[in-house]
Ligand binder design. Structure first.
Ligand SMILES: Cc1ncc(COP(=O)(O)O)c(C=O)c1O
Length: 434
């Protein structure tokens, strides 16, 4: 088998926990991915909000290459100057005083959850360990983060769920108030529920949670794994609301594709996390930190976040037009910045498939939503291209599936009815910020 060929699911030696599309890429350039067969795909999924600076960003490449020639890994037995620098810059640009580095979103969330428990324990109240979370949330796939998300489909068969999470309906303030008890340690929420269907939490709700936390001595924890690092036009999504959390978890965009996660906290919230209480072999290693510093170089440069705000407004306007033109397919455009959800009236997977047939990559979410997560460097020409492809995909779906409730619209029926995708037109990246 050559590197260009991939085995069928039946012969693959990878644990079959994913339903993968039979498609592989050999390189990427900006907002474009080039498949092993040479086809160019417009990447509006960014590896699920990871490749925030697109593919092959010269600054990231240079940082990785330079560090690769120096030292890759030393362990946290020693000082890591690159990690100190990322931590300083994250703190200077946020509410936080301290940072713990790890390798993924779930690990960042684990650190956040442990920190809430340790905080109360250090305050002499170890019985306060419970965290209030919201229905439909997604916080990762470790046992604790699965319990925090509370989704049956992910918990089933894995034994008793980790104790200590109280779920309430999404954005139901009265339910939050009722759930607060003598054992409550914290409230945990995503500022925009990503996997749960791009459901935006109103700033007023976050403010109300902050007030409740202050009144009851709870910590406010935000999961910014998906919303963090520029995606909403602020470095962190909560910064558009004016509230300051006690702890946040970030990952995805921080490494622009290099695996890294981080838990940011005030020194007050982190008071229990003393030497030996937590750790990670790889967390904050020189390679990851050099790339994260390069990501910050780009994101903190004047004009970068302005670009995200401006281009996301343009995308939203164009999507509103598409929604009006294809009202039998798209019911709602929602989200913030470049974390956008299309709630659709056909099965979400059928629009993802139809867009892939148009050589455009998107990703489905809960609540029958298709997520658009372009890289933050996306330009106007690519927005125009995305809109044209979406227009064609919706036109096909409205031709073949006018009634979303008909049984024929379930499963793969719509895909089978799709004509072959348009070929030969592969406009490349023409415009990019940062
Ligand atoms: C909001 C949120 N939290 C946590 C995670 C888990 O991150 P990871 O898959 O890197 O462990 C994700 C992943 O999609 C996420 O979207």
């Amino acid at each position: 088998m050559t590197p260009q060929q991939t085995p069928s699911p039946a012969t693959s030696h990878l644990l079959p926990t994913y339903t993968r599309v039979h498609l592989a890429f050999e390189r990427g350039e900006g907002a474009w991915l080039i498949a092993t067969d040479g086809e160019h795909y417009l990447d509006f999924s960014s590896g699920v909000a990871v490749n925030a600076l697109g593919h092959g960003h010269p600054r990231l490449l240079a940082a990785l290459e330079e560090q690769a020639h120096k030292v890759w890994h030393v362990s946290n037995l020693y000082e890591i100057p690159e990690a100190e620098r990322v931590a300083v810059r994250l703190c200077e640009n946020s509410f936080a005083d301290v940072v713990f580095f790890c390798n993924s979103g779930a690990e960042a969330m684990e650190c956040a959850i442990k920190m809430t428990r340790k905080y109360h324990s250090a305050n002499g109240a170890p019985e306060r360990y419970r965290v209030i979370t919201f229905e439909g949330a997604f916080h990762g796939r470790t046992l604790a983060t699965l319990a925090a998300g509370g989704q049956r489909k992910y918990l089933d068969g894995f034994g008793p769920a980790v104790e200590g999470f109280d779920q309430v309906p999404f954005c139901d303030l009265d339910a939050v108030k009722r759930a607060i008890g003598s054992e409550t340690a914290a409230i945990l929420i995503e500022p925009i529920m990503g996997e749960g269907g791009v459901r935006v939490v109103a700033p007023s709700f976050l403010k109300a949670l902050r007030e409740l936390c202050d009144r009851h001595g709870l910590l406010l924890v935000l999961d910014e794994v998906q919303t963090g690092m520029g995606r909403t036009g602020e470095l962190f999504a909560h910064q558009r609301t004016g509230i300051a959390p006690d702890i946040i978890a970030i990952a995805k965009a921080l490494g622009g594709g290099f695996p890294v996660g981080a838990c940011l906290a005030t020194s007050a919230a982190a008071k229990g996390m003393t030497a030996g209480t937590h750790g990670s072999t790889f967390g904050g290693n020189p390679l990851a930190m050099s790339v994260a510093n390069a990501v910050l170089d780009v994101m903190l440069a004047p004009g970068f976040l302005d670009h995200v705000r401006r281009i996301s407004l343009l995308l939203k306007q164009r999507l509103a037009e598409i929604k009006d033109r294809h009202s039998s397919v798209i019911a709602e455009v929602r989200g913030d910045g470049l974390l956008i959800g299309l709630r659709v009236l056909v099965p979400a997977g059928s629009l993802v498939d139809a867009l892939r047939a148009e050589k455009m990559l998107t990703v489905a979410a809960g609540d029958n939503v298709v997520r658009l997560l372009p890289p933050l460097i996306v330009g106007e020409a690519e927005i125009a291209e995305a809109i044209a492809r979406l227009d064609r995909a919706c036109a096909r779906l409205s031709d073949v599936a006018p009634n979303p409730r008909s049984p024929a619209s379930e499963g793969g029926k719509i895909n089978e009815a799709l004509p072959a995708p348009a070929r030969g037109k592969d406009p490349r990246r023409q415009e990019a910020a940062g």
